[in-house]
Design a binder for this molecule. Structure first.
Ligand code: SF4
Length: 236
C-alpha cells in the first residue's frame, strides 16, 4: 500500500525566502522559494553547494528539519502564492514535499526544480503545475550513469508541464545538448539554455554567445536574474 503523505511530517530545509523566479519559463514571477537540503549529484560548478556539501559547510548552520505544519504556516505568511521548490535535489524528499503541498492547498501554483534523475512518484505529481528539469551535461563533471537517467526523462517527456533547462559552459556543449533533446524528441520551445556563470560580466558574455545558437536551434535563452540583480546573494 502506498505510504500516506500525511504521515511524513518533516522536511530537511536549507532556506525559505521570497523573491522573483530568476530562471526558466516563469522568470520574473514573484515566488516563495523553498530550498530543500541534500543532493544526489556533485556538479563541479554547483552554485548552491551550501544546500548539500556538508564537508564544506557545517550541516547545523545550513540545514534543519522542519515540520510540514510549521513550514506551511511560514509559507502562508509570505505574499506570493507561487512556490518554487528547489535544492539540492527536492525529489529526494518527495513524500514530505507532497505532505507540505497537500497542507498548502489548491490556491498555490507549484514549480519543482529537479536534476531529473529521480521519479517524483504518484503522491507528489498531482500537486505540481510546472517541472523545471535540469539534466546535467558532461560539463558537470558527473559520470553519465549518475547524471542521465533515461527512464526518468522519458517519464517527464510525457508531461506538457515539463521544461528542460540545460546549463551550458561553452559552445562545445551544444552538440551534446542537441543530442539529448533529439533523443527524447523534446519540443524545442520547451528547452531553455542557461549560461554557466559566477559573475554578471561572465553571465552577459556567455548569454550573448548563446543568442545565435538559440536562434539557430529554436531554444529559449534563460536569464539568471538572481545573478544579474543580486550577484547571487543568498536569499534573493
Ligand atoms: S544537481 Fe543541482 S544542486 Fe545538485 S550538485 Fe548539481 S547543480 Fe548542485
Amino acid at each position: 500500500m502506498a505510504p500516506d503523505p500525511a504521515r511524513v511530517r518533516t522536511l530537511t530545509v536549507s532556506e525559505a525566502f521570497e523573491s522573483i523566479q530568476g530562471e526558466g519559463p516563469s522568470a520574473g514571477a514573484p515566488s516563495a522559494f523553498l530550498r530543500l537540503a541534500a543532493c544526489n549529484l556533485r556538479c563541479r560548478w554547483c552554485d548552491t553547494r551550501h544546500s548539500w556539501d556538508f564537508r564544506l559547510y557545517r550541516y547545523r548552520d545550513q540545514a534543519r528539519r522542519v515540520g510540514v505544519e510549521q513550514l506551511a504556516g511560514r509559507l502562508r505568511q509570505m505574499t506570493s502564492r507561487r512556490i518554487v521548490v528547489t535544492g539540492g535535489e527536492p525529489l529526494l524528499q518527495a513524500r514530505g514535499l507532497a505532505a507540505l503541498l497537500e497542507r498548502l492547498g489548491p490556491t498555490w501554483t507549484v514549480e519543482v526544480e529537479s536534476n531529473a534523475t529521480i521519479l517524483p512518484g504518484a503522491e507528489l505529481s498531482p500537486y505540481v503545475h510546472q517541472w523545471n528539469l535540469s539534466p546535467k551535461l558532461s560539463n558537470s563533471g558527473e559520470s553519465e550513469p549518475r547524471r542521465l537517467r533515461r527512464e526518468v526523462l522519458a517519464w517527464f517527456r510525457g508531461l506538457a508541464t515539463a521544461y528542460l533547462k540545460l546549463v551550458v559552459v561553452s559552445a562545445a556543449d551544444l552538440d551534446e545538448a542537441d543530442e539529448l533533446v533529439s533523443s527524447f524528441d523534446w519540443p524545442r520551445e520547451r528547452v531553455w539554455l542557461m549560461p554557466c556563470a559566477r559573475t554578471r560580466a561572465e553571465l552577459r558574455a556567455r548569454s550573448r554567445e548563446l543568442v545565435a545558437h538559440c536562434i539557430e536551434r529554436g531554444y529559449r535563452l534563460s536569464p539568471r536574474l538572481q545573478l544579474e540583480l543580486f550577484e547571487g546573494e543568498r536569499g534573493r
